[in-house]
Design a protein around this ligand. Structure first.
Ligand code: GDP
Length: 474
């Protein structure tokens, strides 16, 4: 996390000059537009008697959602993700479910992959995310988007419990999502469903008929055996979960996937989580905004509205958001644009700070095995390069030597990296970047390049690394 100096001054209710002056005293050569890291910002703030709380991109732009009145809550379809080991039949199962439970029976309707689809069964509707596997599931979760209510764990009866089966269990459990086991490929002569059941018990999935609570369904995705029963079990589980949402409020959802369509422009599949999404609704999604120009289902049918747990592909965005990005309908397009622009601003700052603060791990590891720290310093102007070199040399003490083997102005080049690799040095970039080829080469050779925009932060890092390696003296 980080902040612009001018922004910080505003938040602290101070003149930018005061903040810049204080930073200068701390050894930071900054201007009003410079981005400083959260730690430095906090330090300056304390100097002025203020406390700093670091917030994230979306915290800064909290959208007040409408209140859900109990009487407005209605049952909604469950959202299901299919997981399991590769080749155990996840894709086949998704296809079979879709083709045998089409809401629209129009002959020859061509399905579009939009990342999710909904089916209608005699017992009710179910929404499937059709990017199977735990990678996408966990990637979404990492972005704060826990959209899955139930996981169907597919295990091939002829192959049994495999590495990714266990991974999937871990991921689902981590997310607190209930698992229904689908023992697949029971049509095969060497299918052994009991063996699968036994193998899952140590992983906490005990079949009901063995005294446990996990539902096991024996299916063949290929021959369409047991699928209906599986879907019934999904809906039964959904009933236990008592999944409800308020369809009367402004729509709130999450992006399942997004892309640029050659004909439609940027499109995003949004899973509506609550409220009802309608054509013409203004919205903000991630760092973008727009107005719903048109909505489509997975048969490319145009929809006028979409309620809770319905996935729809929408057009009318001004950019391509990321999977898991939050989606909110707002009162006006103007409001939506404002939210988007604030978020864009924060995103830029966040990215700048991520570039400026790679993890300390590499440096720590490196220091553990050395008593001398060799550095290559590249900076934007001669003055700062000299200031850094002097500062670094002063850090040297009896136990750890700091050596600047090369210091110059200009961007980080391949030859800097080669030098660093050969001499086991670290590269410090001050207000400069590495070329793409230099970055690649550094990655290949395990050369650590660290970027800074504040001298103080640079010196602090090196100092920290040095103390980390100092041998205890008694
Ligand atoms: P995924 O990697 O988990 O998505 O697996 P796929 O759905 O691609 O299936 C892998 C292979 O298993 C494909 O050749 C499928 O046709 C086959 N398969 C899937 N389900 C069944 C089944 O119920 N019975 C048989 N015999 N083969 C199946």
């Amino acid at each position: 996390e980080s902040i612009q100096v001018g922004e910080l001054a505003k938040k602290l209710n101070l003149k930018p000059g005061d903040v810049i002056g204080r930073l200068m005293k701390m050894g930071e050569m900054v201007t009003i537009n410079k981005v400083i890291d959260a730690e430095t910002a906090a330090l300056v703030a304390t100097e002025f008697g203020c406390e700093v709380r670091v917030v994230s991109l979306y915290d800064e732009t909290i959208i007040k959602e409408e209140e859900d009145l109990a009487e407005a809550m209605v049952r909604r379809p469950p959202v299901v993700t299919i997981m399991g080991h590769v080749d155990h039949g996840k894709t086949r199962l998704l296809d079979t479910i879709r083709s045998t439970n089409v809401i629209d029976t129009e002959a020859g309707a061509i399905t579009q992959h939009i990342g999710a689809y909904q089916v209608e069964t005699p017992q009710g509707r179910i929404t499937f995310l059709d990017t199977p596997g735990h990678e996408a599931f966990t990637a979404m979760r990492a972005r704060g988007a826990s959209v899955t209510d139930i996981v169907i764990l597919v295990v091939a009866a002829d192959d049994g419990v495999k590495e990714q089966t266990v991974e999937a269990i871990t991921h689902a459990k981590e997310a607190n999502v209930p698992i229904i086991v689908a023992v697949n490929k029971i049509d095969l002569p060497n299918a052994n469903p009991d063996k699968v059941k036994q193998a899952l018990v140590p992983h906490g999935l005990q079949p009901e008929d063995w005294g446990g609570t996990t539902v096991f369904c024996e299916i063949s995705a290929k021959n369409n055996i047991g699928i209906e029963h599986l879907l019934e079990m999904v809906l039964l589980q959904a009933e236990l979960l008592d999944l409800k949402a308020n369809p009367t409020v402004k729509a709130v959802g999450r992006v399942v996937e997004a892309r640029v369509d050659p004909g439609k422009g940027p499109v995003a599949t949004v899973l509506v989580q609550k409220g009802t999404l309608r054509e013409g609704d203004p919205f903000v999604v991630g760092v973008y905004s727009g107005r719903v120009r048109a909505m489509f289902d997975d048969f490319n049918h145009r929809l006028k509205e979409a309620g809770p747990a319905t996935p729809v592909e929408i057009t009318g965005l001004d950019g391509v958001p990321g999977s898991g990005d939050p989606f909110h309908v707002l009162e006006t397009e103007k409001e939506a644009r404002e939210f988007a622009s604030v978020r864009q601003h924060y995103k830029q700052i966040t990215e700048a700070s991520q570039r400026a603060q790679p993890s300390l791990r590499t440096l720590d590891n490196w220091m553990a095995s050395h008593k001398e720290i060799k550095l290559i310093v590249k900076g934007d102007v001669h003055g700062s390069v000299e200031a850094i070199r002097d500062g670094l040399l002063k850090l040297s003490d009896d136990e750890v030597k700091v050596r600047v083997i090369y210091a110059a102005t200009g961007g980080i080049t391949e030859s800097d990296v080669t030098l660093a690799a050969a001499s086991e040095a670290l590269i410090l970039g001050f207000q400069v970047r590495a070329s793409v080829s230099a970055t690649d080469l550094a990655e290949k050779n395990g050369v650590d390049i660290r970027y800074y925009s504040i001298i103080y932060a640079l010196l602090e890092d090196i100092k920290k690394a040095m103390t980390g390696m100092l041998e205890p003296t008694y």
